[in-house]
Design a protein around this ligand. Structure first.
Ligand SMILES: Cc1cc2nc3c(=O)[nH]c(=O)nc-3n(C[C@H](O)[C@H](O)[C@H](O)COP(=O)(O)OP(=O)(O)OC[C@H]3O[C@@H](n4cnc5c(N)ncnc54)[C@H](O)[C@@H]3O)c2cc1C
Length: 247
């Protein structure tokens, strides 16, 4: 039993902020090991009610993955693994008082459904992940879709579908209507996204559309500062991948 448990009536409170790849795994392990025996109280906080593994986001963006089949519900997972789940965004920390502030939760019309809350902890783990590095590339932050979170991938997918159906609904699409997709960054994610989008659009073309867009109405451009795609990998792999992407 820890010193903290001796001095207080409650078990040691471990709060993990962020239910991503790291936080979810940690909450699950601690829940199974300590939460189950009542030796600690484990709480996981996340902005969303479900977890989707980030490396799948490009498939959500392309529409080739049914995300509801791959996502994990935090509440039921928490129940099965002996930890608590709290929905919300952490937006304040008072380390002296060991307090976290969670922002109010708003519904669709902006009214507060859950008020701001304060959560106390004995041990705090921050596992809030990271966001895409745009390397300061001018225009990227203002004009690009990002694939850091599920809603962003969904938004891109909706945009892609709208563009696709617009071209498909016109007997002759003007150049402005063409689907021109520029991908900033030809690392693993950019390359996978390009390949996945190409695959998704060719599958859609086989569906019973009035007029599936022709090949010259869809264009992909991978933009990369290095002189080849996948610059972190050996040049031979880059060359092979570039050839496949162009085919
Ligand atoms: C498109 C894409 C493809 C990738 N492909 C690969 C791959 O193929 N292989 C590989 O090894 N890695 C890949 N990565 C990287 C990998 O996904 C990350 O390294 C990993 O997810 C990091 O885990 P994490 O737990 O630190 O953060 P994340 O998995 O990002 O989780 C952070 C969590 O914190 C939550 N959160 C954030 N802020 C708050 C807040 N204020 N309050 C409450 N909750 C909050 C978020 O909702 C999220 O659930 C990819 C990443 C992306 C974006």
């Amino acid at each position: 039993m820890s010193a903290n448990e001796t001095m207080t009536s409650h078990p040691h409170r471990i709060v993990i902020v962020g239910g991503g790849a790291g936080g979810l795994e940690l909450a699950t392990m601690l829940g199974n090991k300590l939460g189950k025996r009542g030796r600690a109280e484990i709480t996981l906080i996340d902005i969303a009610t479900t977890h989707l593994w980030k490396p799948l986001l490009h498939e959500v963006a392309a529409g080739t993955l049914n995300s509801s089949e791959d996502e994990l519900n935090y509440l039921s997972h928490a129940r099965n693994h002996h930890f608590r789940f709290r929905l919300g965004t952490v937006h304040g920390l008072n380390r002296a008082r060991r307090e976290l502030r969670m922002a109010p939760i708003l519904d669709e019309d902006g009214s507060e459904t859950v008020l701001e809350r304060v959560l106390t902890y004995d041990t705090l783990v921050f596992a809030v992940g990271s966001t895409t590095n745009d390397f300061g590339t001018p225009g990227v932050r203002e004009h690009c879709f990002f694939l850091d979170r599920r809603p962003q991938a969904d938004e891109f997918h909706r945009h892609l579908l709208n563009r696709y159906f617009r071209v498909a609904s016109r007997r002759e699409a003007s150049v402005e209507d063409h689907i021109n997709i520029g991908i900033a960054g030809a690392g693993a994610t950019g390359v996978e996204l390009a390949a996945e989008l190409r695959r998704a659009l060719s599958i859609m073309g086989t569906h019973a559309l009035e007029r599936p867009p022709a090949d010259d109405e869809i264009k992909f451009t991978l933009i990369e500062a290095a002189d080849r795609v996948l610059p972190a990998l050996p040049p031979k792999i880059s060359a092979n991948v570039a050839e496949v992407l162009r085919s």
